[in-house]
Design a protein around this ligand. Structure first.
Ligand code: PMP
Length: 371
């Protein structure tokens, strides 16, 4: 938290934002660059806001090393609206939609998609209790699909893919790959050219809740055009591209904040530097869990998420006590998701190494007290 007592927020989202970003927003809040009013009250058609939007697009493109044939869209409704938008835009010729099911959010995306098209679960790690993601060897695509959807980082289950899944048919053709990157976007460099669509809710690594970032390969916009009449206008990618993300009043403040976060990431040295920091934080925390006499994390080691780390003492009362005492020490929001219980530390880009050190220290003192 800025100003008062130092706290570290481990919430899975809305998550902590870099302190420098919050301070800049605070300094500009009442009078944005001498415009005479807050950025929240600027017309979305004003030059000042159009400049913010253009900067946000350019900075994100630079961070991702975005190839020219991709478009960046700012949309509303978080990632869940994209669970509907993706099938409505990309469904094609009655072809099924393929899903790699690696956890809670894969399931949510799948449940929504099957309202609009046939879905085909190509591989699932459900039988492992979602203690792993999916490996290349777990499946082979055998028939055409509208697209193949997966969740590279499962925010609740705490598992992650460590390579981009195979989207090739036996004849060598590729089906478009769609990724819900809500909880891992901008945490490391990615090869965007491997994807048809990438989407992410903003409230973890990008900015305030409500905004979703969508990255679409240009050729897929033809499908959006074909499907235009049979879907909500605000969810149609071709319309949003045509209107430069202003098909209605956009979430201007969230876009302003995202732009500041993109600038901050560039100032840190870009995604390679961020990746190294995230690796160091995750190593520190997993090492503490693995050497603990109290806490466990059962996710397969090579599938462990670097962003969301579930752990537990395997005693619900003790877990609750831990979360409560941690909160009193300024280590906020460590309780696990309501569907799963236990504990979880989300350690996105804005979480400093010192925050994880403080958590590890507290885990040790708690362990000494209760074991
Ligand atoms: N996908 C993933 C991977 C998520 O972690 C979340 C939110 N935690 C969602 C989708 C849903 O996001 P939203 O609440 O923005 O709709």
């Amino acid at each position: 938290m800025v100003g008062a007592k130092k706290t570290y927020n481990f919430c899975s989202g809305p998550a902590m934002l870099p302190e420098d970003v919050l301070l800049k927003a605070q300094a500009e809040l009442l009078n944005y660059q001498n415009q005479g009013d807050s950025v929240m009250a600027l017309s979305h058609r004003s030059d000042a806001f159009l400049e913010i939007l253009a900067q946000a697009q350019q900075r994100l493109a630079a961070l991702l090393d975005l190839p020219d044939h991709y478009r960046i869209l700012f949309m509303q409704g978080g990632a869940s609206a994209q669970f509907s938008a993706v099938p409505l835009n990309l469904r094609q010729n009655n072809l099924p939609i393929g899903f790699l099911d690696s956890g809670y959010w894969s399931q949510k995306a799948l449940e929504e998609a099957q309202k609009y098209a046939e879905v085909d679960v190509i591989a699932s790690s459900q039988s492992s209790g979602y203690l792993k993601a999916i490996e290349q060897a777990d499946y082979q695509l055998s028939k055409p699909l509208s697209y193949l959807h997966y969740t590279p980082n499962e925010t609740i289950d705490g598992n992650a893919f460590y390579c981009i899944p195979n989207n090739q048919l036996p004849n060598g053709q590729e089906v478009p790959l769609v990724a819900d990157m809500s909880s891992c976007i901008l945490s490391e460099p990615i090869d965007v050219s491997r994807f048809g669509v990438i989407y992410a809710g903003a409230q973890k690594n990008i900015g305030p809740a409500g905004l979703a970032i969508v990255i679409v390969r240009e050729d897929l916009l033809a499908r959006s055009q074909q499907n235009q009449q049979a879907m909500p206008r605000l969810l149609n990618y071709a319309t949003v591209v045509e209107q430069n993300s202003m098909a209605n009043t956009p979430p201007t403040f969230a876009i302003y904040m995202a732009n500041l976060v993109f600038q901050w990431l560039q100032q840190q040295g870009g995604l390679e530097v961020i990746q190294q920091r995230n690796q160091a934080k995750a190593e520190l925390l997993y090492q503490a869990i693995d050497s603990s006499r109290l806490f466990v994390n059962n996710v397969e080691k090579n599938h462990r998420s670097k962003m969301n780390v579930p752990f537990s003492s395997q005693n619900a009362e003790l877990d609750a006590k831990f979360a409560e005492q941690a909160q009193q020490q300024g280590l906020i929001s460590l309780q696990g998701h309501r569907s799963k219980g236990g504990l979880r530390a989300s350690i996105y880009n804005a979480m400093p190494y010192q925050g994880v050190e403080a958590l590890v220290q507290f885990m040790k003192s708690f362990e000494n007290q209760y074991v």
